[in-house]
Design a protein around this ligand. Structure first.
Ligand code: ZN
Length: 259
């Protein structure tokens, strides 16, 4: 499969929030260590023009801990070391972004959830420090290669895409690297929710928890039916309700641990 074909498939994935698995030849992979790449985008909800109604509707139908729906991908994390490239971090969160990304990573590592369920210990995520290496994600929302390093950083992404993760895993289904690019052009981020949050401002912690769940091996659930889970394909402005895992997100991690 040629690179142009891969690019076309990924473009389809963004539009449909679908899942694409393609085989990407890697020069130094041996036959039993073929590397696969999967890309996932976290998009934003279209503003409804009536935020109060949306908020009220969610409050009366909170299924955080009653909905155990999840979707598994074909990979899982054993031990993963991740790096942070601060180039391009928005100035308003320059001092807090790394702590927030670390918090999200730890949420996924431990299965920290909204439902009082026990911590998980089956995967290990280690922060390996800062780097000048760039996440291998293009501004078009394509995966551009695998240097074997898992880098989280900042850059331009396609319209409506808050963040984009490319995950590489081997023939045994174990993640070897996972890069996350966070938009630093179109959207305003916060790490502490502003007192009067309005407009296109998004919660970094929720977004990174979502992206790390992709790295961990979870796919998307239904935007409407599973609205309280962190793994819906889209996020709403100012929403911080899904920083920790819902029952479905947690059940998904437990299922991955049992694979
Ligand atoms: Zn996603």
């Amino acid at each position: 499969m040629g690179r142009n074909r891969i690019a076309a498939l990924v473009a389809t994935a963004i539009a449909a929030s679908a899942v694409i698995v393609t085989q990407l030849p890697v020069a130094n992979a041996t036959a039993d260590e073929q590397i696969y790449v999967v890309s996932e985008a976290f998009t934003f909800d279209e503003p409804t023009g009536d935020a109060n109604v949306t908020t009220a509707a969610k409050a009366t139908a909170d299924t955080s801990c009653s909905d155990a729906t999840y979707a598994l991908k074909t990979w899982k994390v054993g031990s993963l070391t991740w790096l942070y490239n601060s180039a391009g971090v928005p100035s308003n969160i320059a001092g807090t972004a790394l702590n927030t990304i670390t918090a999200s990573t730890n949420t996924v590592a431990k299965g920290a959830n909204r439902c009082g369920q026990a911590a998980l210990t089956t995967s290990t995520y280690t922060y390996g420090g800062t780097t000048t290496l760039k996440p291998q994600v293009s501004s078009n929302g394509t995966c551009t290669g695998n240097d074997g390093k898992s880098v989280t950083g900042w850059g331009a992404l396609p319209t409506k895409v808050l963040a984009y993760t490319c995950t590489f895993y081997n023939a045994r289904g174990v993640v070897v690297a996972s890069d996350t690019l966070i938009d630093n052009v179109a959207y305003t981020w916060f790490t502490t929710k502003p007192a009067n949050c309005t407009g296109q401002q998004y919660d970094l912690e929720t977004t990174l928890t979502h992206e790390r769940l992709h790295t961990a091996g979870l796919g998307h659930v239904d935007q409407a039916k599973n609205a309280a889970q962190t793994m819906t394909p889209a996020s709403s402005p100012c929403d911080t309700s899904r920083r920790l895992l819902g029952a479905g997100d947690y059940a998904g991690l437990k299922a991955l641990a049992g694979k």
